[in-house]
Design a protein around this ligand. Structure first.
Ligand SMILES: O=C(O)CCC(=O)C(=O)O
Ligand SMILES: [Fe+2]
Length: 336
């Protein structure tokens, strides 16, 4: 196993996927350690075919290159709790527990987004309990671009496989049976979002960023990022400094979200991050990233994991259902 050290280490998953249980546990132990410090890692050896990634990237670039009138035709329905389609303006940072929502909304993220969710597929109708908001089934909005929906569906399927694999490694790292999370994520409600960060011919307002300081919301995020100026940074809390997340060819950035921090009774940390603006000299450049915001089944009850509590460490949070938790986050960031 190759592990490059650092706050955001590079971890090779091929050892975990080799069929050797000993190597699998070693990788899981390493991941557990990282989740206790930064909650951010870069994975290689993940098994996702290069063609699936490059098709997704090509389709994404074609979509955002469309005239704005075309993109606006797919504008997310304000009633859609998960914001499928072309993104409305807003600020992820507004979802932070201590954020001033009006202040954050006044400085929207300088990005465009496009979001897809399996719950918007006609085949996913059985994935929600009877009391869930029926608008969670809002249909996905597809651009009329050749190969686009195929590329997205194929990429999403590859991310589902990788997320399931990582959740199994998480389980091992947390001293749980390997398949502990399986029945809590088999009807997952994950948003796949493409972020487009356009060139900035006009300088951003003071304090305005490509993505404001935020933490992610769900169980884990799998992010593809291209190499471009004005990139992803994570806060190293111990040293109060912002660190660039390394861009490693063929890799994904993995980070845990608020839900996983809550699930682990804060043994694992959901670290804040941001996307910076390019320098004025590089303001003509653009950037793309694709987070897969893994979110457990709507009715998965997120209550303190048994190995994360003890006599001196009682549960810090009340149980919450995954679906109610995530829709609450959306309302805060983008709602009325
Ligand atoms: O663009 C990136 O690298 C990260 C974006 C991000 O943090 C997010 O969409 O939650
Ligand atoms: Fe994020």
């Amino acid at each position: 196993m190759t592990v490059l050290d650092g706050y955001v280490p590079v971890i090779d998953l091929s050892g975990a996927r080799s069929g050797d249980p000993q190597r699998r546990v070693e990788v899981a132990r390493t991941i557990d350690e990282v989740c206790r410090t930064s909650g951010f890692l870069v994975v290689v050896g993940h098994g996702v075919p290069e063609s699936v990634i490059s098709e997704m990237y090509r389709a994404t670039r074609e979509f955002f290159a469309l005239p704005i009138e075309e993109k606006n035709k797919l504008l997310a329905d304000p009633a859609d709790p998960l914001m499928r389609g072309f993104g409305r303006k807003g600020s992820l940072a507004a979802s932070n527990a201590d954020a001033s929502v009006p202040q954050e909304r006044a400085l929207p993220d300088i990005s465009e987004t496009y979001t897809y969710n399996r719950l918007g597929e006609p085949t996913a109708v059985d994935a929600l309990p009877a009391d869930a908001d029926p608008r969670l089934r809002t249909a996905n909005r597809w651009p009329e671009l050749p190969g686009f929906s195929e590329a997205y569906r194929a990429y999403y399927a590859a991310m589902e496989t990788l997320a399931t694999e990582i959740m199994r490694l998480f389980a091992l790292g947390l001293n749980l049976p390997e398949h502990w999370f399986d029945d809590k994520i088999d009807q997952h409600m994950t948003n796949l979002t493409a972020n487009y960060y356009p060139p900035q011919p006009v300088a951003p307002l003071p304090g305005q960023l490509r993505k404001g300081v935020h933490s992610d919301w769900g169980s884990l995020t799998i992010l593809y990022q291209d190499e471009a100026p004005g990139g992803l940074q994570v806060l190293d809390r111990a040293n109060d400094t912002w660190l660039d997340v390394p861009v490693v060819e063929g890799s994904f950035v993995i980070n845990i979200g608020d839900l996983m921090a809550r699930w682990t009774n804060e043994a694992w940390v959901s670290t804040v991050h941001r996307v910076t603006n390019p320098s004025r000299a590089q303001a003509h450049t653009e950037r793309y990233s694709m987070p897969f915001f893994h979110q457990p089944n709507y009715d998965a009850l997120i209550e303190c994991i048994p190995t994360c509590t003890g006599p001196d460490n009682p549960p810090k949070y009340a149980p919450v259902r995954s679906g109610e938790y995530i829709t609450g986050k959306f309302r805060r960031a983008y709602g009325d």
